[in-house]
Design a binder for this molecule. Structure first.
Ligand SMILES: C[S@@+](CC[C@H](N)C(=O)[O-])C[C@H]1O[C@@H](n2cnc3c(N)ncnc32)[C@H](O)[C@@H]1O
Length: 214
């Protein structure tokens, strides 16, 4: 399956929700560039997809050695990680997209995962959305993550918020057919709709994204 990468979730959202007047009959797998790069770097290795959902990464990228863990029909290890902890092997990489935020204390959870399930020299890429009790802002202090290893990548949405909002507005307000696509009666409705689901929250890729090498 072809993969299309984007720099920002709002861009991907317009495409996947088909808020575009162009080619609704063709939809590649859409993801963010840093996540795509992490998968490409690790697709031949034993990698845990932590809270894998439908195990889409394994399917799309053909990662035969990957082990998806989730309480989903498509997972390789069926169950929430805390319930199947002892059946989860150590690995050279771990990808956790919008899943560790379900734990009551994300710092403790990530530390435990890195300590128990990642080999020395391995890397973990995880993201956190604002959902339920979890708030990305609670975990946006990079220095705390540095205690767990080398932070190779750190992206927190509020550090980029103004730029994202400007870029989104610039794109939408200058797209002559955007109002028809969303059925919005006014362009600010559309802006707020997309903003709510890609900047205020990011159920796709999280509002905080971190890569730590052990
Ligand atoms: C928003 S989905 C993301 C799925 C997948 N990572 C993706 O990007 O498509 C979050 C997943 O985390 C799983 N989950 C729930 N509690 C969890 C926990 N404590 N630890 C890990 N995953 C959990 C859910 O079952 C759900 O499939």
């Amino acid at each position: 399956m072809p993969v299309q990468t984007y720099d920002q979730t709002w861009q991907l959202f317009l495409r996947t929700m088909q808020y575009t007047s162009r080619r609704p009959d063709f939809l590649p797998y859409c993801t963010l560039k840093p996540i795509h790069d992490f998968i490409e770097q690790n697709k031949e290795q034993v990698t845990l997809d932590w809270g894998c959902g439908e195990n889409n990464h394994k399917l799309v990228y053909g990662c035969d050695k990957w082990i998806g863990i989730d309480r989903t029909l498509e997972a390789d290890i069926y169950g929430f990680p805390r319930d199947v902890w002892n059946t989860i092997p150590q690995s050279t990489a771990i990808l956790a997209i919008n899943s560790v935020h379900f734990s009551p204390n994300v710092y403790d959870e990530v530390e435990r995962i890195i300590t128990d399930k990642l080999v020395d020299g391995g890397a973990m890429f995880f993201t956190i959305n604002d959902t339920g009790h979890a708030k990305a802002a609670l975990y946006s202090d990079i220095d705390k993550w540095k205690k767990l290893g080398t932070v190779d990548y750190f992206w927190y949405i509020d550090d980029h918020r103004e730029q994202l909002e400007n870029d989104l507005a610039d794109h939408l307000y200058n797209d002559p057919t955007a109002d028809m696509k969303l059925g919005a009666t006014d362009m600010s409705d559309m802006y707020h709709h997309v903003h709510k689901l890609t900047i205020n929250q990011d159920p796709f890729h999280g509002r905080l994204r971190v890569k730590i090498t052990k």
